[in-house]
Design a protein around this ligand. Structure first.
Ligand code: ATP
Ligand code: MG
Length: 429
């Protein structure tokens, strides 16, 4: 007996019922990024494993335990991308797009893969929209990235649902000095640390700050603060960012424990978090990664970016009731035709109307059926109006126009006048 075929755990179908909301979300983001002068880039979904090891860092959760890695037929080790930045930098280097100080303002959208424990807001295939900017090292561009996400939350009706957290990680030298102090502090309290933090202390001590373990969190209250180790340059940069956010009227809190999961960040890090989604509260996260391009074999090139999790933002739109009503409707007008002659005339009429009203969502009944069954389908489609074409209408070269929702009488409309009538009635969304 064969087993029923199923999707892989943590990898979801996005069904037709859901896709209008996805398209609304993705369309809103894409439109906004256009207006800010960001250009789209599309990278492959699979890359050499080495790329992620070198960029994300060997001792991160992602590389240690979350990657989908396999050998292809040539024996090369390949990995389904767990995030977008590494491949974006690889593409810049490969095509020489950041050489000579060229500024790049880019965005991407697509699936990412991490072998995590699936739960609400956390999946094994998930989707991100991300931005990356190269060769701009001032706080003005960090501010722009935050300002544009703030505008996005405004457009989506999510401003009250999210909060901005900020921190500065300093230069890698400053972080090195801080790391030493933190390791000294934590090593003296090794027995009080949870198991995961004990491991992180050895491999990636700053990640201990990110612990979800309450007792370790309590212990960290007295730990050395990264802010006290910030170098002058990073402090000035951070002040510049905060001044710009103040000027733009964007509220934020400085969270000294915000360190982010990936190794490559420096200076600015930020997260947009919500308390509406339980444990999976970060909907958008980013920061500056001035050392990454060089680490990947390029000339020193500053970089800053963010990625937002589409699934979490879709969940948030639904949770706070900000799904626009108009996106539920897929059909404006449903045309019913009875008998072969009426079907032929109906097809010609529909195509003529489509020529004249290219945005009209006009569905023509397929598969025939009685008056009752076609009418039922028209109603179920969600259409605002039905057009009815039978022998009588055919003979009179008219079509019966029937409102399906709310008020309005059924009336006959001449074929030639149909597009003008529809243009009047149907609110184009
Ligand atoms: P988390 O702390 O929630 O694991 P992260 O720090 O690993 O997040 P990033 O690598 O910064 O996340 O990715 C940016 C955004 O992508 C996250 O803020 C989140 O919205 C989304 N994201 C990350 N991992 C997942 C996942 N497994 N499922 C769904 N969304 C995710
Ligand atoms: Mg994670």
């Amino acid at each position: 007996m064969s087993k029923t075929l199923q999707a892989i755990r943590g990898m979801n179908d996005i069904l037709p019922e859901q896709t209008p909301l996805w398209r609304y979300f993705e369309g809103t983001v894409a439109g906004l990024l256009d207006t800010y002068g960001y250009r789209q880039i599309r990278m492959p979904i699979v890359e050499f494993t080495e790329l992620f090891k070198r960029s994300i860092g060997e001792v991160t959760d992602i590389v240690e335990k979350e990657m989908y890695t396999f050998e292809d037929r040539n024996g090369d080790s390949l990995t389904l991308r767990p995030e977008g930045t590494a491949a974006c930098v690889r593409a810049m280097l490969e095509h020489g797009l950041t050489g000579g100080g060229q500024v790049q303002k880019l965005w991407y959208n697509g699936p990412m893969f991490r072998h995590e424990r699936p739960q609400k807001g956390r999946y094994r295939q998930f989707h991100q929209i991300g931005c990356e900017v190269f060769n701009l090292d001032g706080p003005d561009i960090d501010a722009e990235l935050i300002v544009l996400t703030w505008r996005l939350w405004g457009q989506l009706g999510l401003r009250d649902a999210v909060k901005l957290e900020l921190n500065s990680l300093g230069t890698s030298e400053a972080r090195g000095r801080y790391r030493e102090a933190l390791v000294e502090f934590l090593s003296a309290r090794l027995q009080q640390l949870d198991e995961d933090s004990q491991r992180r202390l050895k491999t990636n001590p700053l990640r201990v700050l990110d612990t979800k373990h309450p007792e370790t969190q309590a212990l960290l209250v007295d730990a050395p603060k990264l802010a006290d180790y910030l170098d002058e340059e990073s402090r000035v940069h951070f002040d510049g960012l905060k001044a710009r956010l103040d000027a733009a009227g964007i509220p934020y809190v400085v969270n000294p424990k915000l360190v982010r999961g990936l190794d490559y960040y420096s200076k600015t890090v930020f997260e947009w978090v919500t308390d509406q989604l339980g444990a999976q509260g970060t909907v958008c996260a980013g920061g500056r990664y001035d050392g990454l391009v060089e680490q990947m074999g390029g000339k020193p090139t500053s970089g800053v970016g963010f990625a937002m999790g589409i699934e979490r933002l879709i969940l948030l739109l639904e949770t706070v009731g900000q799904v626009p009503e108009s996106i539920g409707r897929q059909v404006d007008v449903y045309l019913c035709a009875f008998g072969e002659q009426a079907e032929l005339a109906g097809l010609a009429l529909a195509e003529q109307v489509r020529d004249q009203l290219p945005n009209l969502r006009l569905q023509v009944n397929a598969g025939g059926g009685s008056f009752k069954s076609q009418f039922k389908k028209a109603d179920k489609s969600g259409a605002l109006y039905a057009l009815i074409l039978g022998d009588d209408e055919l003979a009179a070269r008219v079509v019966a126009f029937k409102p399906l929702r709310g008020q309005g009488e059924q009336q006959n409309i001449a074929w030639d006048a149909l597009h003008a009538h529809l243009a009047n009635c149907v609110v184009q969304g």
